[in-house]
Structures are given as C-alpha cells and as structure tokens.
Design a protein around this ligand. Structure first.
Ligand code: ADP
Ligand code: MG
Length: 382
C-alpha cells in the first residue's frame, strides 16, 4: 500500500478520511485520542500546501433523530482548538453549499464535512458503498488519503468507494497502527487475548479466525454471555442467541483455548448479586464478571508474554459494575507481557480508570480484530 509520503500532495485538494467516531457522554467528547491521532496527517497536509477536505462518520445514522445526535460539529470545535490555521465546517454532505465551501479554501486550509453517514438516510448510500456517492465524493478532490484505521475492515463509500476513483494512500495513523500491531501479528507466546464488550454480532465472526492464532481467549461482556447462553440461562443479559450452533462448535473445537467466566455479577430488580454461571434466573442481567472469574483471568494474564485486550469486561459505565473492567485493565498494564489494547470503549475505559501503561494502544476495535485475524485491510482498492 502507498503511504502519504509516496504521493505529491502539494498544490492538490486532498480528501482525508479520518476516524472521528468518538464516544460522546453528556454532550462532551469522552476521549479525543482519535482526533489527536489524526493531527500528524492533517498537519503534514497543511504544511505541504494541500487543501484538506476531511470526511468521517460518527455513530450510526438510521433516522433524522440519529442525525441530530451524531453531528460532527463537536469534533469541528475540538479541531479548531488543535489546529492553527483556518478550519471550516460544512453541514452539507453533498451539493452546492459543500462545493462552494471547498472552492473558498486556500492551500493549507481545512474543511470538515458533516458525518458521512448522513448519506445513510438516503438509501444507506455511505454504508453500502454506493457507486454514485463514491464517484461524487471522489470528484471533490485530486488525491485520497485514508487515515481512518478503525474503518479499515469496512468497504464504505467514504473509504473504499473513493479509493476506486482517486490516486490513494494511507496516512500516518494507519502506518503507525501497522507498525504497532506487529507485536500481535508476530507474538511471543503465550499470546492471550481478552475480548469483551457489546458488539456481539461483529465480534463473533472474528473469534473463529483469532482462535487458531492465540493460546487463550478470555471472554467477558456480551461475548461471554453469548457463549454461556448456549448452555445455561442468561436471563436478560446482553447476548446473541442466533449463532448457538457455531458457538457450540467453537467451544468443542477449542475447549482448551476458550476461557469462559465461572461467575457473573448480575442486576436483578435493582439489586446486585454474584452468581455462578449455571444459576442465573430469567430476571438476571449480567453486567460484570464475578470475583472467581477475575482471579482465574488475572493468573492467565500474568503468565502471558503477549496480551491483547478489546472491549470491556462489563458495563463499566454503570455504578457497581466497574470492577471487572478496571481489574482486567490493571492486571494487563502491570504484567510483564507485551501489552496491546484496542477499541473505542477499551480506550475510553482505560482513560476513565486512568490506566495508561501499555506498549501500544490501537485506535481500532473491529478493525484491529479484523487486521489481526486476516493480516490485511479491506478499505482500499489495491
Ligand atoms: P470496543 O469499543 O472496545 O470494541 P464494544 O463497543 O464492543 O468495545 O463494547 C463496549 C461496551 O460494552 C461498553 O459500552 C460496555 O458498557 C458494554 N458492555 C460490556 N459488558 C456488558 C454487559 N455484560 N452488558 C451490557 N453491556 C456491556
Ligand atoms: Mg465500542
């Protein structure tokens, strides 16, 4: 893949795909790691005399309501603080207003376009990599730089689509990710993975590809609940029960590698209980790992030479369910292994608990998992 240094951006209009899909809590950006991560590429383009059009998605946009909640304007305000020169915002994702604003740019100026997924209100054009939209966006610039690492596992109009119609290269953030993730692409063993979180559908598919590459896969969150749910009642807990057969197959093929919780912390009618995994009732909502599980997981983490964490052990944002996420992060950061974490919420939780000692922090969630599992990225036309 070409890198930003391999193309001549001077005097060009450059479309830069960033990943500004930040977590917003109480109207504030919870972690600006992803914005900060894009600054080297943006500054390089400014300093090399390009006009910069930045595109990014933010959240999912299925309704007009979603659009209101997921405006990139909040990111624009942060960008203005971080960059010296002129930064303008276009609330239009296509049409004359956007085009006029682009025409008004001087070399070294930056335009941030509103959430690319506003085009999903129009027949899911962005997420379905619509041909017309891809061509239209590509027509706004001369060169395409992709620096949205967290989207490298998806073929959308604003990454793969544009790359089909313009000379394209990766930015410094993706380059840094490729270098940093080498720790887990070529791991020292034992190589153990902790995987938790909520995006059950997205992650289940990847698990089968990760299992051959790691020694132990420790599970938490909705992923663990989904596996447990193939055998026991998980009540109201977050889980996926559409892939039971596949999960049971994995449990039998990788008996030794898949490590499931033995106890869970549940919420039931406003009260909290610790339950063994075979004792949950219909009203239980498992929101964290239990103490016996944490002790087993910590021992495995301690014995690792390479460890990777994605997602969170529990619903750490909810009072009373912070322990699992905090203790797993602490165990990893204080281990002697090479330590890599990745994922929007994995990073947000590490910041929330002020745990920062890792060898590499990958900004991708699904993208990181997919890259480790497949050893390549799908986001650009080769
Ligand atoms: P990442 O962004 O690191 O890839 P995810 O988005 O998949 O991680 O998951 C993080 C989210 O999962 C957090 O918001 C957390 O509250 C939620 N979560 C974790 N465990 C549970 C659980 N048992 N029940 C409900 N939500 C959970
Ligand atoms: Mg997340």
């Amino acid at each position: 893949m070409k890198t930003i240094r391999d193309v001549d951006v001077s005097g060009k209009t450059v479309i830069l795909r960033c990943d500004f899909n930040v977590t917003i809590i109480d109207g504030k950006i919870a972690s600006d790691e992803r914005i900060l991560g894009s600054i080297p590429t943006i500054e390089y383009l400014i300093n090399n005399n390009a006009k910069v059009i930045i595109m990014s998605h933010l959240g999912k946009v299925k309704t007009k309501d979603d659009a209101e909640k997921n405006s990139l304007f909040i990111v624009y305000e942060r960008l203005c603080e971080l960059l010296d020169g002129k930064v303008i915002f276009s609330s239009a994702t296509r049409g004359p207003i956007l085009e006029e604003k682009i025409k008004s740019l001087d070399y070294g100026d930056v335009l941030l376009m509103e959430n690319t997924r506003f085009e999903d209100l129009n027949d899911k054009k962005e997420s379905n990599c619509d041909e017309e939209l891809s061509k239209y966006w590509a027509s706004l610039g001369d060169i395409f730089i992709n620096d949205a690492f967290a989207m490298t596992h998806r073929k959308h109009a604003s990454n793969y689509g544009i790359s089909k119609y313009l000379p394209s290269a990766i930015g410094f953030l993706i380059l840094k990710e490729i270098e940093g993730l080498d720790i887990i692409l070529h791991p020292e063993r034992p190589f153990n993975i902790f995987m938790g979180g909520a995006k059950v559908e997205d992650k289940l598919d990847i698990i089968s590809k990760l299992l051959p590459k790691c020694d132990c896969l420790l599970l938490g969150g909705g992923i663990a609940n989904s596996f447990i749910g193939t055998i026991y009642n998980v009540g109201k807990s977050l889980h996926n029960d559409e892939k039971k057969e596949e999960l049971l197959q994995l449990l039998s093929t990788y008996k030794e590698k898949i490590i499931l919780p033995v106890d869970l912390k549940v919420l039931n009618n406003g009260d909290t209980y610790i339950r063994d995994i075979d004792k949950l009732d219909d009203n239980d909502n498992a929101l964290d790992l239990g103490p016996k599980t944490l002790s087993i997981y910590k021992d495995i983490i301690k014995a690792s030479k390479t460890i990777f964490l994605n997602g969170t052990a529990g619903k750490y944002e909810e009072h009373g369910f912070e322990d699992g996420t905090k203790e797993i992060l602490t165990a990893i950061s204080s281990s002697n292994a090479k330590r890599v974490i990745g994922g929007g919420d994995a990073i947000a939780s590490s910041e929330y608990f002020n745990i920062h000692d890792f060898d590499f922090v990958s900004t991708g969630g699904g993208a990181t998992l997919s890259y480790i599992a497949e050893g390549q990225m799908k986001c650009m036309e080769e």
